[in-house]
Design a binder for this molecule. Structure first.
Ligand SMILES: Cc1cc2nc3c(=O)[nH]c(=O)nc-3n(C[C@H](O)[C@H](O)[C@H](O)COP(=O)(O)OP(=O)(O)OC[C@H]3O[C@@H](n4cnc5c(N)ncnc54)[C@H](O)[C@@H]3O)c2cc1C
Length: 498
C-alpha cells in the first residue's frame, strides 16, 4: 500500500487539506485527539437542545463551494448554506437598534434615522471595502503566502491603496460620523480576534465579506460544515482516526519520516499539521529539528483574543432578538484596552448572542431558545485566573445584557472559558484566531504553510497563512495541500477567488 500522508488534527483546516490531497489521489490518514472532528467547530447536545460551541458566523460561501468542486462534487449535495437576514441585530445603550442588512434601501433608511449625512459615507465605505478585497484577495487571502515577487504583481496604483498605515478605526472615521456606525464597522476586527484601534485599515476587507457578501447559516447548525467535510473526506478514501493523539512528528535527516501515535511509530511521506504552529515546534518536533530562534519568535508572538462562552437553555421566545445579536458597550476603546493592553476581561463587555433555534426550531424544545453567548476575553496569561474568576465574569456578562432589559429565564447553563478552549483544541493561550492581526506586518509574519526547517512538513489552520476563521482555515488547507503536491511533482485544484 502507498505510504500515507499523515494529517495531525481533524479541525476544518486539517479536513480541508485531507480533501484536497485525497482528491489528488493521495492516501491520507487524519489523526484527531478528540472523539469527534471539527476542532473549534463543535456542538453540544443536552436535554433537547443543540448548541454550536465555536463559530457561529459563516461568511464567504464560495470558499466552501470551491472545496467541494475541487473534489468534483457539488456542495449542495452535502451542505446547505442559508443566507441570514438581518445579518446581525445591533443594540446600543441609548436604545438605538440597527439591523445590518444587505438590503441597501433598508440599510440606508436606518442610517438616515441615525445620521443622514452618513448615507453617502456608508456607501463609500462599502465600495472601499470591496476594493480592498479585490486588491488584497489574490496576494493575502486566496493564494500561497505573500512574497516580494507576488507583491510586485499588484499594480502600483492598487498597492498604494492597501491602506495598511492607519488603523481600521481611523479609516472608518474618515467615512462615517455616527458613533453607532463606527462601532458596528469596527467590530469586524474581532472576526480575526483583533482590535479596531490597532489593526491595520486593510482589515476593513472583512466589512466587504460580511456587508456585501452576507452571513450564512448551515442548515442543521454550523457543525454541519465539519460533518459535511468529514463525509466528503471519507468518501474520497481518507481514513479518519478519532481519539488518536499524535505524540511526536518523526524527523530523520531534517525530513519528516512519520508520526508517533499511542507509542507506535508510523511512517508517512509527509505530515500536515493542523495544530497550532507554535505547539508543533514546542511539543511535537524533536528538539534537534527545531530552529531555536524560530521557536522563540513563535512563542513571543502576540496572540489574537480569546472568548468566554455561555450556552444557555432559555425559557420563552424573545421576539426582540434575531438569530445574531450584538449588545454594544458604550466604551469600545476601553474594552480593547482591557483585552490587549491590560490582559484582563473587559469591565463592561460587548455581548454577542446567537440563537440558532430562530432559524432551526429543532435546536430547542417548543417554547424555549438555545442561546450561545460570546464575549471577548484576553488570551490566557498569569494575569487572569479563569478557575477563580469565571463566575464573576459570567455575572458581569448577564449584567451587561440586563442593561438592555434582557434578563433571560435560564433553565440550564454551560460555560467554555479560554482555558477550556485551549484544553479542548490545543489553541495556544486559548487564542481563537492564532496570532494577532494588530500590526500591518501580521500578514507577512504569519507562519508559511510549508515548514522552513523540516522538509515534508506543512501547516494548515488558523495559526498559519492566511489566518483564522472558518473560511480562511478552509483556504489554508488548500494552500498546504497545493504546496505539498507541488513538492511531490503533482498539481492540485485549489479554491480561487469568486
Ligand atoms: C468560541 C469561538 C467562536 C468563533 N467564532 C467564529 C465565527 O463566528 N466565525 C468564524 O469563521 N470563525 C470563528 N471562530 C474561529 C474558528 O472556529 C477557527 O478559526 C477554526 O475553526 C480553526 O480551525 P483550525 O483548522 O485552524 O483548527 P482547530 O479547530 O483548532 O483544530 C485543530 C485540531 O487539532 C486537534 N489536535 C491538536 N493537537 C493534536 C494532536 N497532538 N494529535 C491529534 N490531534 C490534535 C485538536 O483536537 C483540533 O481538533 C471561533 C472560534 C471559537 C473557539
Amino acid at each position: 500500500m502507498a505510504e500515507p500522508i499523515a494529517i495531525v488534527g481533524g479541525g476544518i483546516g486539517g479536513l480541508s487539506a485531507a480533501i484536497h490531497l485525497a482528491a489528488a489521489g493521495e492516501r491520507v490518514i487524519v489523526f484527531e485527539q478528540n472523539a469527534q472532528v471539527g476542532g473549534k467547530m463543535s456542538e453540544l447536545r443536552a436535554e433537547g437542545f443543540r448548541w454550536d460551541t465555536g463559530p457561529s458566523v459563516i461568511t464567504m460561501p464560495h470558499v466552501f463551494e470551491a472545496l467541494f468542486a475541487a473534489a468534483g462534487k457539488r456542495m449542495a449535495d452535502y451542505l446547505t448554506l442559508l443566507p441570514a437576514e438581518p445579518l446581525t441585530r445591533y443594540f446600543y445603550r441609548d436604545g438605538t437598534v440597527l439591523d445590518a442588512t444587505r438590503d441597501l434601501p433598508r440599510m440606508i433608511a436606518q442610517i438616515e434615522q441615525i445620521e443622514r449625512r452618513d448615507v453617502e459615507g456608508y456607501l463609500a465605505y462599502l465600495a472601499y471595502a470591496a476594493r480592498l478585497h479585490r486588491i488584497t484577495g489574490e496576494v493575502f487571502i486566496y493564494d500561497t503566502p505573500p512574497t516580494p515577487a507576488s507583491l510586485f504583481k499588484v499594480p502600483l496604483r492598487d498597492a498604494l491603496r492597501v491602506d495598511a498605515m492607519r488603523s481600521m478605526d481611523a479609516a472608518i472615521r474618515s467615512f462615517v460620523r455616527s458613533p453607532h456606525l463606527r462601532q458596528l464597522l469596527g467590530r469586524f476586527a474581532t472576526y480575526v480576534g483583533a482590535s479596531p484601534y490597532r489593526a491595520p485599515a486593510t482589515l476593513n476587507v472583512i466589512g466587504h465579506v460580511e456587508l456585501n457578501g452576507g452571513v450564512y447559516y448551515p442548515r442543521g447548525g454550523v457543525y454541519a460544515i465539519a460533518r459535511a467535510m468529514a463525509r466528503l473526506a471519507t468518501e474520497l478514501g481518507v481514513e479518519i482516526r478519532t481519539s488518536c493523539a499524535v505524540e511526536r512528528i518523526l524527523v530523520k535527516n531534517r525530513r519528516v519520516s512519520g508520526v508517533q501515535v499511542g507509542g507506535e511509530r508510523m511512517s508517512a511521506k509527509a505530515v500536515v499539521a493542523n495544530v497550532d504552529v507554535a505547539t508543533v515546534y514546542e511539543k511535537l518536533l524533536p528538539a534537534e529539528a527545531v530552529n531555536a530562534a524560530r521557536l522563540r519568535r513563535l512563542l513571543r508572538a502576540e496572540p489574537s483574543c480569546s472568548g468566554y462562552v455561555l450556552l444557555l437553555s432559555v425559557q420563552g421566545a424573545h421576539e426582540r432578538l434575531a438569530h445574531h445579536n450584538v449588545f454594544f458597550t458604550d466604551d469600545y476603546r476601553a474594552e480593547f484596552a482591557d483585552i490587549f493592553e491590560r490582559g484582563v476581561t473587559p469591565s463592561d463587555p460587548t455581548v454577542y448572542v446567537a440563537i440558532t433555534s430562530k432559524s432551526d426550531p429543532e435546536d430547542a424544545p417548543a417554547g424555549m431558545e438555545n442561546w450561545f453567548v460570546l464575549v471577548n476575553a484576553p488570551a490566557l496569561s498569569e494575569r487572569y485566573d479563569w478557575t477563580r474568576d469565571a463566575p464573576r465574569y459570567r455575572d458581569r456578562v448577564l449584567a451587561a445584557l440586563a442593561k438592555f432589559g434582557i434578563v433571560p429565564h435560564i433553565r440550564a447553563e454551560y460555560q467554555l472559558t479560554p482555558a477550556d478552549i485551549a484544553r479542548l483544541t490545543g489553541a495556544r493561550r486559548g487564542a481563537l484566531y492564532g496570532t494577532s492581526s494588530n500590526t500591518p506586518l501580521a500578514a507577512f509574519l504569519r507562519p508559511h504553510n510549508r515548514a522552513r526547517d523540516v522538509r515534508g512538513l506543512y501547516f494548515a489552520g488558523g495559526t498559519a497563512h492566511p489566518g483564522g476563521g472558518v473560511p480562511m482555515v478552509t483556504l489554508s488547507g488548500g494552500v498546504a495541500a497545493r504546496l505539498l503536491l507541488a513538492d511531490l511533482g503533482k498539481r492540485a485544484q485549489v479554491p480561487t477567488q469568486a
